[in-house]
Design a protein around this ligand. Sequence first.
Ligand code: PMT
Length: 219
Amino acid sequence: FLPQVLANKNITITAGPTREAIDPVRYISNHSSGKMGYALAQAAQWLGAKVNLISGPTSLETPGGITKISISDAEQMLQAAQEYTQNCDIFISCAAVADYKMKQVAPQKMKKTSDELTLELERNPDILASIASLAQKPFCVGFAAETQNLAHYAKDKMQRKNLDMIIANDVSNQAIGFNSNDNAVTVFWPKGSVEIEQTDKQNLAIHLLQLIAAQYEEK
Ligand code: PMT
């Protein structure tokens, strides 16, 4: 147990979903509740860190003693992440960022004029990859939400995005992952890995921060 490692460290965490507007009344999003990211923010605060939580829309209460930055879409999350990772020791990207956004957001509510509708989408920026490519990058931790080949895809993401650690969860299992109170994960870093069995997200968050602290100190 290494509680002193995180004391007074600056930790920035992203959490929750993003919402990409289609028109003034509709959006594209996903099932992230923010629970995993908020649990990490709370645990980091307990361990003495200074925590900035960049959050998409959720119905969760903000833990006391942390700074919350509320955003809606991926572009806003990217801007906040760029600002709050300057002078940051550890960046944890737990948000479920929408991979695509509208090529052009409709300025007025779209009308039901035809039986079929095709939306033209374009890729959103990869927030985590852009922070992890900085010359002065913080210790970068990603999540991998997978439905198959967990280890293979997670290790591939860690390498491609230049991460120090990745936490893989199986989001095809309703009891864990999106929106549930529990999660079960496999954590990978360049020289090792560990499996953490199903437990509630707050308990898991403490375990994860212990692993992060150990690898951060080793680096
Ligand atoms: O919020 P909960 O309901 O508690 O659910 C928790 C969770 C399942 C959302 C969480 O544990 C989780 O897995 N978060 C990451 C979800 C995800 O988008 O994974 P991904 O494999 O698509 O992305 C890989 C990594 O890149 C993630 O760290 C993600 O934050 C980041 N990313 C992805 C796309 C993008 N445009 N920008 C990013 O920064």
